[in-house]
Structure formats: structure tokens, C-alpha cells
Design a protein around this ligand. Structure first.
Ligand code: PLP
Length: 413
């Protein structure tokens, strides 16, 4: 990408914060009166996510690993599956990993593996991707929703405590946008009432709280390796991680038609296995995860520095060190002028998203749940105001600055 010119203020701010090394020589002019499109070439755009750049590094290594699978022919539960399970569970700091075909399956199999089903209630948050609640529904249990905390956008532990009934079996904490939910408080509630605590860590590969990685707090955690996730496969894939030998064994059965020994079926299971080829891709991608999460963190810092005086609200984020960090799966801002801002950015070929525009309790699929409009005010207000800006590991400082400039231009009217 050609960076033609940056605004002097922006560059000095980034240099001061150590986010860029120096003023790019010859490129700095005061652009205040010029069209922001001159920052990137006229033919350039900023996609919401760019998956192509991430996969160019070390492609030959990947290709030879794929070749080895083709030569061995171990396409189903092959060698790479076991290795990746071990490596990813180790990365999370957990004893077992069980590879499955999606994050949705990981969540559902955790519930089924824990024996949760009809007659049970499972508490989760109204501000999540629908798969969290689908898993509860498909297990046969009843979803019980609570509101998000307006500061972190994660489920509110106080409301979780208030929602516990004698039928409650589990809490699913969702680590939304890459930030771990308040696991210490949720653990205390779960222990007080004898509930299972499950992490929906589908957006939080590598996120840290109290020096521990996402996936290591709950009785089990579900990860998605959907291609645009922080750790993404080349198709659908997921994993359950857990310290429980018993739960891991049970989920191994459930994902593989109820079987460990061929044609002997211990339980009525499913076909929810992780493909060997996806495990190969994921082993290769896992090597880059820390560097890519750091790159996301840098882009978030650039957005934060350049947008700190814009009239927008940011979700509260952890400090960003070894004790506590977000992995910025999404970079979300909040404004009352969301739709107009999204349109303005779209005109400048900056793609944005909304995560999520319709809260779970207002989805047609869950119209039967006993919650109407107004049930979860923080979630409903956020749904009308949130906007996700471009965020991916290959997002350059130049493109980030271009997006930030366009946001300022919008508010300058
Ligand atoms: C919070 C959350 N839960 C669950 C899922 C489901 O994962 P998958 O798409 O792999 O089924 C996703 C991602 O899509 C997600 O973001």
C-alpha cells in the first residue's frame, strides 16, 4: 500500500507513544484541508478482515505437512489431530483438548458431556453470538439470559447470581471481543451453588486474566477456529479444552459416533470430529498466534491513541500485559451516530461490522423465551450504538490511521 501523506499530529502522537519508530521521511504534510482519501491510494480500501496476508508466511512448510497427510491418508482423526489437541491445550494451560468440527459443537458437546439437558437451566448473556444459546437449546436445557456489564460488554456477574434457581446447572461465560469475562466472580458464584462454569472462548484465543489464558478458568471451554478467529482454520473447526479426564473421554466419545473402538458404540454419539487437514493448518497457524495477537494489540493501541479525543465510547479493556490482556478479536466503538458513521466509512471504502445488531432475546429464533423488548437495557442500547472497526493482524499503522482520520472527519461534520 502506498502511504501518500499523514497528518503531522497523528504521526507525532504515534512516535511519542512508541507505536511507530519515526516520522516517515517526506510523507508528512498537514492535510487538515485535504480529502482523507489521499492517505491511502485512491484504489485502496480497508477490509474488515484480511485473511489472505496471514497465510503467505511459510506456506511451503504448510504445503509439505498437507502432503504428508495425503501420503499417509489419515484424513479422519489422524496424527495431526492428537498433536494439535495436545499443543493447543498446552497453550491454554489445560490438560486435555478434544478437537471438534466447530465452536458450536464444542459448546453443545460440553453441555451434553456434563449431562446437562431437559429440566436444567443454563445462564448466559443476551449479548453474544447466537451459537452460545443454540448450544443450550440443542442440549435440551433452557437458556436463561442476563444483561451485559455496560463497561466491559461481558456478562454481569451480579445478574448471574440473581438468575440462579434450583434448576440452574451451569453458567456459560462469553469472552466477547477478545476480553476474558470476570472469571473470579463467576467462579465464586458457580462454587457457591455447585454449578458448572463453562467458557465460550470462541473470540479469545490467548487472552489473559490473572496471568492465566482463556480456557483455563472453567470446568471446560469451547474454542472456534472459524477462519476469521484469532486462530483460524481453512474452514470450520473447534475444540473443547478441560482439565477433567472424565469429561474429555466423554466428549471424545460424543464427537466420534459414541465410539473409541471401531464399530463398538458406547453412547449414541455424533459425527463432530476435527478434520486432520484442519489440524495441520491449525498447528501451523498456532505458531503465529502470539505474534498475531500482539499485532492486533498494536493496532488497538494506534486506534486508542488517535481516537482518544473523538466523541465515542470504548469498551473498558484490560491493561494489556502478561497478567491481563485482550486479544482484540474485534475492535468495537460506541456512538449514537453509529449508522451514519458506518455509511460515512463505507463511502471511504472502510468496511465495518456490528457485533451484534439483534440481541438474542429479540431474535425470531428465541421469541419463545420469556423476555421482551426492554428486558436487557445495556445489551439493547449497545446493539443500537456499537460499531466494529477493521481489525486483523496485517492491518498496518497507515491503514489504522486512515480509519481513525475518517472517524474524526465524520465527527468534524
Ligand atoms: C462467541 C461465539 N460463540 C460461538 C461461536 C461459534 O463458533 P463456530 O462458528 O465455530 O461454530 C462463535 C463464532 O462464530 C462465537 O463468536
Amino acid at each position: 500500500m502506498t502511504v501518500r501523506r499523514w497528518q503531522r499530529d497523528e504521526v507525532s502522537k504515534l512516535v511519542e507513544l512508541g507505536l511507530v519508530e519515526d516520522e516517515p521521511a517526506g510523507l508528512v504534510v498537514d492535510l487538515r484541508s485535504e480529502d482523507p482519501r489521499t492517505v491511502v491510494g485512491e484504489d485502496e480500501s480497508v477490509p474488515f478482515v484480511d485473511l489472505t496476508g496471514m497465510h503467505s508466511q511459510g506456506k511451503d512448510v504448510l504445503m509439505s505437512a498437507i502432503g504428508a497427510v495425503i501420503d499417509r491418508g489419515d484424513f479422519i482423526l489422524g496424527e495431526a489431530v492428537g498433536r494439535f489437541e495436545e499443543e493447543f491445550a498446552g497453550y491454554c494451560g489445560v490438560a486435555h483438548g478434544v478437537g471438534v468440527d466447530s465452536g458450536a459443537s464444542a459448546l453443545e458437546l460440553i453441555l451434553r458431556g456434563l449431562g446437562i439437558g431437559p429440566g436444567d437451566e443454563v445462564i448466559t448473556v443476551a449479548n453474544t453470538f447466537v451459537a452460545t444459546v443454540n448450544a443450550i437449546h440443542h442440549s435440551g436445557a433452557t437458556p436463561v439470559l442476563v444483561d451485559m456489564e455496560p463497561t466491559t460488554y461481558n456478562l454481569d456477574p451480579e445478574q448471574v447470581a440473581a438468575a440462579v434457581t434450583p434448576r440452574t446447572a451451569a453458567i456459560i461465560a462469553v469472552h466477547l471481543y477478545g476480553r476474558v469475562a470476570d472469571m473470579a466472580r463467576l467462579r465464586a458464584i458457580a462454587d457457591r451453588h455447585g454449578l458448572s462454569l463453562i467458557e465460550d472462548a470462541c473470540q479469545a484465543h490467548g487472552a489473559v486474566q490473572q496471568g492465566r489464558r482463556a480456557g483455563s478458568f472453567g470446568d471446560a471451554a469451547a474454542f472456534s477456529f472459524y477462519p476469521s478467529k484469532n486462530l483460524g482454520a481453512f474452514g470450520d473447526a473447534g475444540m473443547v479444552v478441560t482439565n477433567s479426564d472424565e469429561l474429555a473421554d466423554r466428549i471424545r466419545l460424543l464427537r466420534n459416533v459414541g465410539s473409541v473402538e471401531k464399530y463398538r458404540h458406547e453412547v449414541p454419539g455424533f459425527n463432530r470430529r476435527l478434520d486432520t487437514l484442519q489440524a495441520v493448518v491449525l498447528r501451523w497457524r498456532l505458531e503465529h498466534l502470539e505474534a498475531e495477537n500482539a499485532a492486533r494489540g498494536r493496532s488497538a493501541a494506534v486506534y486508542g491513541a488517535l481516537l482518544d479525543d473523538a466523541p465515542i465510547v470504548f469498551p473498558e479493556v484490560p491493561v494489556g500485559n502478561a497478567e491481563s490482556s485482550s486479544v482484540y478479536h474485534l475492535y468495537v466503538i460506541e456512538t449514537g451516530e453509529r449508522d451514519a458513521l458506518a455509511g460515512f466509512l463505507g463511502d471511504r471504502r472502510i468496511a465495518t461490522g456490528i457485533h451484534y445488531p439483534i440481541p438474542i432475546h429479540l431474535q425470531p429464533a428465541y421469541a419463545d423465551l420469556p423476555y421482551g423488548e426492554g428486558a436487557f437495557p445495556a445489551t439493547e442500547a449497545a446493539a443500537k450504538r456499537i460499531l466494529s472497526l477493521p481489525m486483523y493482524p496485517g492491518l498496518t499503522v497507515e491503514k489504522t490511521a486512515y480509519v481513525a482520520r475518517a472517524v474524526h472527519e465524520f465527527f468534524a461534520g
